[in-house]
Design a protein around this ligand. Structure first.
Ligand SMILES: [Zn+2]
Ligand SMILES: [Zn+2]
Length: 270
């Protein structure tokens, strides 16, 4: 009975602020009621829901099937390169038309368990999954990122109201907490809603994101002359994050990189 009641408390997770609804509640409640919750709410694998030894840990099967991205990848956009490609090599697209970002890196391919995590975070409100994603982004930070500023890709305010949180902001906060890097949640605003971009051609995507983002007043002060790292959950077409990169460079950022939990690869499973 007590376990059920506490379980409901954790599941309810009322809104705290627009970026962080759950992460203050669930871990604190779990710690406070650990002996009861270990019985009533055992830790579960974020990939498949199997009971595991501790929070935020995958079962052996899910861990071994996580589609981590391995070298060689394009030094700029992070896309797969042929096995024999040298360190620092760039793909044909980046050579033909150099992108505005310094580099894009993602921890995993957007498929399988990686995709499940993204969907559970966004649609099943498993906001603790942002901590897991952030943990895997630490090793992808550029060596020279010690004074970089983390900026999440913003959601349109209507999307924040309907979802209750911005998943990219949760990941950015968790990464800032792990690394001590600075974070500016409101640097970039999404001033125009955009349709789903994956079904559009390249020119239509660029039209759709044109004017969709704007630098905020506080953002303009904070990013000038800074190395900025944009944080996002998924890189699909890249149009959204690249539009944010341009806004930040226009505002005077000295360099802008992008870090994502997952990225779609051409010919990927999804
Ligand atoms: Zn699992
Ligand atoms: Zn490339």
């Amino acid at each position: 009975m007590l376990g059920t009641l506490i379980g409901r408390l954790v599941a309810l997770r009322p809104p705290w602020n627009k970026y962080q609804m759950h992460s203050m509640w669930a871990p604190n409640l779990r710690r406070a009621f650990a002996p009861v919750l270990d019985y009533a709410l055992p830790a579960r694998c974020p990939g498949c829901g199997e009971i595991v030894a501790e929070d935020d840990v995958f079962c052996v099967d899910c861990w071994s099937s996580l589609p981590f991205i391995a070298a060689p990848v394009c030094a700029r956009c992070g896309i797969d390169l042929p096995d024999l490609a040298e360190d620092g090599a760039e793909c044909g697209s980046c050579l033909a038309e150099p992108p505005p970002f310094g580099r894009v890196r993602a921890a995993t391919r957007f498929e399988g368990v990686s995709r499940t995590l993204v969907h559970r975070l966004k649609y099943a409100r498993r906001t603790g999954h942002a901590r897991i994603m952030a943990r895997h982004l630490v090793r992808l930070l550029p060596d020279e990122a010690c004074d970089a500023l983390l900026v999440p890709v913003p959601l349109h305010r209507w999307r924040i109201w309907s979802r209750g949180f911005n998943q990219s902001a949760l990941i950015a906060r968790a990464l800032a907490g792990r690394t001590g890097l600075g974070i500016e949640l409101d640097a970039v605003h999404r001033v125009k809603r955009t349709p789903p971009l994956y079904a559009l051609g390249r020119a239509a995507r660029q039209r759709a994101v044109r004017g969709a983002f704007a630098i905020s007043k506080s953002g303009a002060d904070k990013v000038r002359g800074r190395h900025v790292i944009i944080i996002d959950d998924v890189w699909t077409t890249g149009a959204t994050a690249t539009a944010c990169v341009r806004v930040l460079l226009d505002a005077g950022a000295s360099r802008v990189d992008v870090l994502c939990w997952a990225r779609a690869m051409p010919g990927g499973a999804d």
